[in-house]
Design a protein around this ligand. Structure first.
Ligand code: UGA
Length: 447
């Protein structure tokens, strides 16, 4: 009989994982503690913008015409425990308020709610990003609290999906990492992932701490790569070099590679910033803080870019105060193809200029609702052209395709001054300069 799968927590990770498991042919039951989320999902609607996810969901959610009916949702823990052979825990682990460490309360609560209902053998699989050592503790707590005892087993299976590519990354992962303690756990997970493994995704079996560490070290490496090129951008600015050319030339060395070498206002979002901080905090607890002190520098290079962007805008406006100046901000999401504004560099820059007296108008193709909620005092426009109307300077801060396709000439007619600052090094300088704009970008010479 095919395995039955449950997914606990239906945010980015969980909603995508649940739909992907149904796509792979399994019967899936998703659980969340937020009733509105469950109601939306039951209607086949996704609570966030993620390309392709709604289609995949509608293809499988029971009750939707033409669907496979393999995917259902509930708020009932007993139903979940009764249904599933394999339970994936996909809840959030945000940064703790006022601390670097990550907040484990959602993970702890998911385990505490599920365990007492486990009256038949089950594999619980953690997918959330957690401090190393958590799986060991949770495994003990799980078997102690479950009526089946040691037959409630734990495995750790970190997730590497990127927002904006969540469906693709989940159905065709570049690797599957499983931390297991028994042949049974490995066998069950091989069964779950037989599809992608059959298509060639490497399946890496490890112990618990290694599986947990793969995730945090992968995100630390990515953050390091971005801050490395942003540090080079700072040097380029001082020396008159061009960081975009530099990155291109570095990238041809396949030991370095060209990905994640886009200089600009740096990384944000719900993962990279909080993961490197939680990693430092955990290393400190383990007495290995020295090993990760470099991440402090990675973090500060990254945060410095936001301030640098503000200074570039000030300079473009004549070097004085922002008071009375109109600033158009293109982009609010932390990256394109996402409506996520958590720790968004774009909104951070917009907010700083606003707090210094600038009249900021923001436009983002998908992030407006979330941006308004987070920063209600900023000005918002319904289109890019409306945001730019009357602006003394235009800041390009999230590299949506829509912005690359803007017509520089007609945008120039509505702006009060033709000055554009590219915080993502994603626009074509030649096009903008040809349309009469002063184009400036981070880490590149003025003209
Ligand atoms: C990141 C990782 O890439 C995923 O592998 C991981 O699964 C996920 O975190 C997670 O932990 O859940 P994500 O947060 O979706 O994924 O975003 P990324 O694509 O990594 O981008 C992060 C930030 O870096 C964005 O603000 C982006 O604009 C910025 N970035 C990226 C750069 O500034 N330069 C680059 O060259 C690349």
């Amino acid at each position: 009989m095919a395995l039955k799968i449950t997914v606990i927590g239906t945010g980015y990770l969980g909603a995508t994982h649940a739909a992907a498991m149904a796509e792979l042919g399994f019967e899936v039951l998703g659980l969340d503690v937020v009733p509105e989320k469950i109601e939306m999902l039951q209607r086949g609607e996704v609570p966030m913008y993620e390309p392709g996810l709604e289609e995949l969901l509608r293809k499988h959610v029971a009750g939707i015409e033409g669907s496979s009916g393999r995917l259902r949702f509930t708020m009932d823990w007993a139903e979940v425990a009764d249904f599933g052979d394999v339970h994936f825990v996909c809840v959030n682990t945000p940064q703790k308020h006022g601390e670097y460490a990550c907040d484990m309360s959602y993970v702890d609560s998911a385990f505490a709610q599920l365990a007492p209902h486990l009256t038949r053998p089950a594999l619980v699989v953690g997918k959330s990003t957690v401090p190393v050592g958590s799986a060991d503790r949770l495994a003990r707590e799980l078997s102690a609290a479950a009526p089946v005892g040691a037959d409630a087993e734990l495995a750790w299976n970190p997730e590497f999906l990127r927002e904006g590519f969540a469906v693709q990354d989940t159905l065709h992962p570049d690797r599957i990492v499983v931390g297991v303690r028994s042949a049974n756990a490995e066998k069950l997970l091989r069964e779950v992932y037989a599809g992608p493994v059959g298509e060639g995704s490497p399946f890496v079996v490890t112990d618990f701490p290694t599986a947990e560490l793969v995730k945090t070290s992968a995100n630390s490496f990515l953050a390091t790569k971005i801050s490395f090129i942003n540090a080079m951008a700072e040097v380029c600015e001082a020396a008159g070099g061009d960081v975009v050319k530099l990155a291109e030339a570095l990238g041809y060395d396949d030991r370095i590679g060209k990905k994640f070498l886009r200089a600009g206002i740096g990384f944000g979002g719900g993962c990279l910033p909080k993961d490197i901080r939680a990693f430092m905090a955990r290393a400190g607890e383990l007495g290995a803080d020295q090993a990760l002190t470099f991440l402090r520098e990675i973090d500060s290079i990254n945060m410095r870019r936001r301030g640098q962007m503000v200074e570039m805008a000030r300079e473009a406006l004549g070097g004085g105060s922002f008071l009375g100046k109109r600033v158009a901000v293109l982009g609010a999401a932390f990256k394109p193809d996402s409506d996520d504004v958590r720790d968004s560099p774009a909104l951070n820059v917009a907010g700083q200029i606003h707090l210094q007296g600038g009249q900021v108008t923001v436009y983002d193709p998908k992030g407006m609702v979330n941006a308004r909620r987070l920063f209600p005092t900023l000005g918002y426009a319904e289109t890019a052209v409306d945001a730019v109307r009357g602006a003394d300077v235009v800041l390009h801060l999230t590299e949506w395709r829509e912005f690359r396709e803007l017509d520089a000439a007609s945008l120039g007619e509505v702006a009060s001054a033709r000055v554009i600052l590219d915080g993502r090094n994603a626009l074509d300088p030649a096009v903008w300069r040809a349309a009469g704009w002063t184009y400036r970008a981070m880490g590149r010479p003025a003209a």
